[in-house]
Every structure is written in structure tokens, then in C-alpha cells.
Design a protein around this ligand. Structure first.
Ligand SMILES: *Cc1c(COP(=O)(O)O)cnc(C)c1O
Ligand code: SF4
Length: 473
């Protein structure tokens, strides 16, 4: 019999050869998205109906910006001791704090210390760790690589345009804590006010650099742009002949997905820019920032479906964080859930060296291990690239591609031959190292020795392997 003839016919079940054992339903849990009036678990939102909760301006108006508002929302769900811890945590935070009611509703307040969303957005003093001695503000050198304020041109063909300095939420771990959010006692922010005068300078620079093809519009956060501003930025950039790609970066879908459902003006403005881009054979996409599968609910899916229906490509850039997504099951579930919602997992970053979040950073080794386990679980194009953006302006490097990595001292050495000469260093969190090494990090002279030893080892390695490479430095 011609086997092709049976294709398309429904064969009796017992005719089908199952070479694999039945799937464990637990592995499909990423398809079960939280639905219903989950926010009504929060005392302050008990009487909030769906229409109100889905209103993005209600979300913005009711965001939690201080411990008193937090207490007013969660009330007796948390013990006083936790609340005291939060008061102290807010006082010591280098970033301003802003948490949407949506996020607040997704936190398990019966176990706030281990909840992955609490860890990202609500600082508690008892879990803070001292910063790494090698940490500096603006660890990524964005200001040093900025030809005009708020425009970072580091890579040959792409630039990062920080359009504004506010976000729909503020993340404890923000890399741009040098610029984003209102001033706190800890950090006097460099002003990146959304002035169209500053934008004009940035647009002029972009127009004068024919090598630029790709602009990341970030901040701050594109969610905070008025619809009119989305159009202005999109139209202006698309009208520059050599610009081929624009990415609007926003954490919005992860922290306030209802805006995609209820802010028609903003979604329409974005859609028009995407469509204009398509007519000009240029690409306009949205880049977002989900870190944990719990951030993706049925509301998120509906919002993302709306973008998908309009042909808007969405990609995700996650940050690996301790106690949030630094395990294989969580990262696998995040990747699968994103794919399920038509979001392409693009990057997973090793956490940048940022002030006040040492408790969230992981080692490079953790990223290497999780990457190995995630690769192979889904389509290659849905598999994120795990990168380390080492301080000093070398840019993102694949975690497996270090020049040298001393797991004992936690020093990794990176090179970026097409970006910037020299070596770039990343440092694993000190508290993850052996006690005798922690003692060495407490001593300035020892710090330098550990760094020099790692660089020397990187040089030796480069010399020893040069014969095997056709690339000559
Ligand atoms: C991340 C980044 C980009 C975009 O890099 P991709 O690897 O293409 O996503 C551009 N400019 C700067 C300064 C960046 O940090
Ligand atoms: S949304 Fe992005 S830019 Fe804004 S605070 Fe969070 S990480 Fe920083």
C-alpha cells in the first residue's frame, strides 16, 4: 500500500504508533495562564471590577510608590515585620519605586520573601547585600558612548535612543538607574527630560551618520510616550533614508498589559508606524522585558494577541536574576510561555553590575548552565541568546564566549573585537564565592591581584590558541 495515501485520513487510534511515552502534563503548564479576577485577592482591590482593573490610566494612577501605599493595598496579608523591612528597603533603594496594581496582584503575599515578582520590584532591607567593590554607576558606559545626550552610539550600525526618563514601573535592578526615575537620596539623576529639542539633536546626529541602520527607542520606556510622540519618533526615523530598523523598547506588556487592550490611541500610533515601515520595506518591532512566567496572564495574552493581529513582532529581553529565573524549570517555562504568546525570546542577560541589587545577580556559570538546559527544548528561533554585557562598553557577549573565567574569584574576561579594543571584566557576586575569596575581595590590593591574574590568564589563553584560529589580532 502507498503510505502517502493514508495521510489525511483519520486512522483508528490503535493504528497510530507512539514511539514516545505520553507527555507529562506538567510540562505543558506554561499554557495555563492566570485568568479571572485574581486582583481581588488584594484587600484594596476587592471591590475593583474588570473594567476598572483593565483601565491603564487607573493602573498608572494607583501605582505603589511608597511603603504607606503598599500597606494600604495589601493590609493584613503581610506581617508588620515584613512591612518594617520594606520601609527600610525603600529608604535604602537607589531607584525610585513604582509598582502597578497588576504586578502587586501577581505577588504571593503569603510568601513575599521568595516571590519572584516581589524580589524584582519591592526592596526589603534584610535581603540586601553590599555592592561589588568594582561596581560603578552607568556600568555599561552609555554616557561615555553618547555623542548627544540620551543617544548611545557604540555599535557600528545601531544606536540606542533614550527618548525619556520615566517608566510605567520602576525596577529595582534598572541598568539605567543613572538616568531613569525621579531623584532619590542616593542618586542624582542625569536629566533626560523628554524635550523635543534634545530629540531634534539626536535625529540630526542619526541623519548625519549613514552607517546607522537600526535605532532602539528606549529610556525610560516607550509606554510612557504619548501616542503623538510615538508617531513623531517613528515617522522621523523612518523618513531617514538609511534607517532600516526601529525597535520600540518597553517593559509595558510585562507590567501593564491592559494598556494594549485599552489605550487605543497608543496602540494605533504604534500600528501606524509599523505599517508605514512595512510600506517602506523597513522593520518596526516592539521589544519587551518579561522575566518570569508569572508576569504572563490571560490579560497579557489578549494584549499580545492584539499586537499579533496587527502584524507587530514582539521580542523579549529578560534579565537573569537570583531567586527569580535562575533555574532551569523557570527559564524553560518562561521561554515556552513567551513562544505560546507569539513573543520571540531574544536575549537573557547576565545581570548588569548595578547599585543596590547584589542579591539579584547570579554568577556567569549559572547563565551558562541554564542556557545549556534551555537550548533544545523548543525551536532554535525561540531560544534566547544568553549574554553578558560586561562593563566598559564592549557590549553584549554570548556567555560561553569569555576569554577567561576564574570561577574561584568570580572574574570573567571578555573581548569585543568589532566593538572596542581591550578586555572587559565582569564580576560574579562576592557572596557566592568561598569565604577566603570573599576576604580577598575586602582587600583593595588583593582585588587588583585577582583582576590582573584573570587578564594575564586571558592573554595566555589567546596566545596558546592563536595557532588554531585563522583570525589574527
Ligand atoms: C543592546 C544595545 C543595542 C542593541 O543591541 P542588539 O544586540 O542588536 O540588540 C544598541 N546599542 C546599545 C548601546 C545597546 O546596549
Ligand atoms: S522598565 Fe526598564 S528602564 Fe524602566 S526601570 Fe525597569 S528596567 Fe529600568
Amino acid at each position: 500500500m502507498d503510505p502517502l495515501k493514508t495521510i489525511g485520513r483519520s486512522a483508528p487510534a490503535d493504528d497510530v504508533m507512539h514511539l514516545k511515552p505520553p507527555v507529562d502534563p506538567a510540562t505543558l503548564a506554561y499554557r495555563q495562564l492566570l485568568d479571572g479576577s485574581f486582583w481581588q485577592r488584594i484587600p484594596a482591590y476587592r471591590g475593583v471590577d474588570e473594567v476598572t482593573f483593565l483601565d491603564h490610566s487607573w493602573q498608572a494612577r494607583n501605582s505603589i510608590t511608597n511603603p504607606q501605599k503598599l500597606l494600604a493595598a495589601v493590609q493584613d496579608l503581610v506581617p508588620q515585620s515584613f512591612y518594617d523591612d520594606v520601609i527600610e528597603g525603600f529608604a535604602r533603594a537607589p531607584m525610585s519605586i513604582r509598582v502597578s496594581p497588576y504586578l502587586l496582584s501577581l505577588i504571593d503575599w503569603t510568601d513575599p520573601y521568595s516571590d519572584p515578582l516581589r524580589r524584582q520590584f519591592v526592596p526589603v532591607a534584610s535581603r540586601l547585600l553590599p555592592d561589588h567593590p568594582k561596581l560603578t554607576l552607568d556600568s555599561l558606559h552609555e554616557q561615555a558612548d553618547a555623542p548627544v545626550p540620551g543617544l548611545t552610539h557604540r555599535y557600528p550600525d545601531k544606536a540606542l535612543f533614550l527618548a525619556l526618563d520615566t517608566c510605567p514601573v520602576y525596577c529595582r535592578f534598572c541598568t539605567r538607574s543613572y538616568a531613569v526615575g525621579v531623584d532619590t537620596d542616593e542618586v542624582e539623576k542625569v536629566s533626560l527630560k523628554a524635550t523635543e529639542d534634545r530629540w531634534a539633536k539626536a535625529f540630526r546626529y542619526i541623519g548625519e551618520r549613514p552607517e546607522l541602520e537600526d535605532i532602539v527607542v528606549s529610556g525610560g520606556d516607550s509606554y510612557q510616550l504619548k501616542a503623538r510622540q510615538v508617531s513623531l519618533i517613528g515617522d522621523t526615523l523612518l523618513d531617514i533614508d538609511h534607517i532600516r530598523r526601529i525597535r520600540f523598547a518597553t517593559k509595558g506588556p510585562a507590567v501593564m498589559p491592559m494598556k494594549l487592550l485599552t489605550d487605543d490611541e497608543w496602540v494605533d500610533a504604534l500600528t501606524r508606524v509599523v505599517e508605514k515601515g512595512r510600506r517602506l520595506h523597513k522593520e518596526v518591532v516592539l521589544h519587551t522585558h518579561f522575566n518570569h512566567p508569572n508576569e504572563i496572564t490571560a490579560i497579557t495574552r489578549r494584549g499580545l494577541d492584539r499586537l499579533h493581529e496587527r502584524g507587530i513582532i514582539v521580542r523579549n529581553q529578560a534579565v537573569m536574576q537570583r531567586g527569580v529565573n535562575d533555574t532551569v524549570p523557570v527559564m524553560q517555562q518562561l521561554v515556552k510561555r513567551l513562544g505560546f504568546c507569539n513573543v520571540q525570546p531574544y536575549y537573557v542577560y547576565v545581570h548588569d553590575l548595578v547599585k543596590g541589587v547584589e542579591d539579584l545577580r547570579t554568577t556567569v556559570q549559572t547563565a551558562i548552565d541554564v542556557e545549556k538546559a534551555v537550548r533544545g527544548t523548543t525551536a532554535g528561533f525561540q531560544t534566547p541568546t544568553f549574554v553578558c554585557d560586561a562593563p566598559g562598553g564592549g557590549g553584549k557577549r554570548v556567555v560561553h564566549s569569555f576569554e577567561h573565567y576564574d570561577r574561584v574569584t568570580g572574574v570573567s574576561v571578555w573581548a569585543a573585537p568589532s566593538v572596542k579594543p581591550g578586555y572587559f571584566l565582569y564580576f560574579d557576586p562576592v557572596d557566592t564565592l568561598a569565604p577566603e575569596i570573599q576576604a580577598r575581595w575586602a582587600d583593595v590590593a588583593e582585588q587588583d591581584k585577582m583582576v590582573e591574574a584573570a587578564i594575564a590568564a586571558a592573554r595566555d589563553h589567546a596566545a596558546a590558541t592563536a595557532h588554531a584560529s585563522s583570525i589574527r589580532r
